[in-house]
Design a protein around this ligand. Structure first.
Ligand SMILES: Cc1cc2nc3c(=O)[nH]c(=O)nc-3n(C[C@H](O)[C@H](O)[C@H](O)COP(=O)(O)O)c2cc1C
Length: 171
C-alpha cells in the first residue's frame, strides 16, 4: 500500500480487495448454469446469451473491438444500436457496483470504510496469488471509525439534471 494507506490497512479490521475480471467469458459456463437453474429465462435468451455477453463485455482482441466499434458508429445514425466499450471499462463498472454495495452494507452494520486506489497492484496480485486475468480495481479498508464530522457533498443540482445534461432539476 502506498503512503498513508499502509496505516489504514494496518489499523482496520480487514481490507477487502475487489477484482475486475478482464476475461469474463471464462465465467460463461457457470453463468449459463445459474441462468438455466433459475428456470425463469426464455430459451431464446439462453441461446443468445454467449453472443450478447461477448458484445457487451467488450472482450476480445483489439481488432475485433475495433471492428465492433466501427460497425456501431456507422449504424448509429441509421438506427439505434447498443454500444460496446472496452472489457476494462465493463469490468470496472461492475466492480464499482459491488464495492458500493459492500460499503453500504458495512455502514448498515456499523462499520466504516475507506476505498483506496493507492496501491501497487503488481505486488498485491503476487502476494495474494491472484490470477493474471484479474485487475485489482479497489481496496476497501474496513473497521470501526473514530467518528468526526462528515465531509461536504456536491449540491443535488450539480450532479443531477432534468432531461438533458446541465438542465436544472426542480425537486
Ligand atoms: C476510487 C477512489 C479511490 C480512492 N483512493 C484513496 C486512497 O488511495 N487513499 C485514501 O486515503 N483515500 C482514497 N480515496 C478517498 C477516500 O476513500 C475518501 O475518504 C472517501 O472516498 C471520502 O468519503 P467521505 O467523504 O464519505 O469521507 C479514494 C476514493 C475513491 C472513490
Amino acid at each position: 500500500m502506498l503512503g498513508g494507506n499502509y496505516l489504514r490497512v494496518r489499523d482496520s479490521c480487514l481490507t477487502a480487495i475487489f477484482l475486475a475480471d478482464l476475461q469474463p467469458s471464462k465465467r460463461l459456463p457457470r453463468l449459463l448454469d445459474l441462468e438455466r437453474g433459475s428456470g425463469i429465462r426464455h430459451p431464446d435468451y439462453l441461446t443468445h446469451l454467449p453472443l450478447t455477453a461477448s458484445f457487451f463485455t467488450g472482450e476480445g482482441s483489439p481488432i475485433s473491438s475495433g471492428i465492433k466499434r466501427f460497425v456501431t458508429e456507422q449504424m448509429s445514425p441509421i438506427r439505434p444500436v447498443p454500444t460496446s466499450g472496452s472489457v476494462n471499462s465493463w469490468a470496472n463498472k461492475n466492480v464499482g457496483l459491488v464495492a458500493m454495495s459492500y460499503i453500504y452494507s458495512c455502514e448498515a452494520e456499523g462499520y466504516q470504510t475507506c476505498p483506496m486506489e493507492g496501491y501497487d497492484s503488481i505486488r498485491i496480485k503476487e502476494l495474494l496469488n491472484i490470477p493474471e486475468r484479474y485487475e485489482v480495481a479497489m481496496a476497501v479498508a474496513t473497521g470501526k471509525g473514530e467518528g468526526g464530522g462528515g465531509t461536504e457533498r456536491y449540491d443535488f443540482g450539480e450532479v443531477f439534471f432534468n432531461g438533458t445534461f446541465g438542465e436544472e432539476i426542480d425537486v
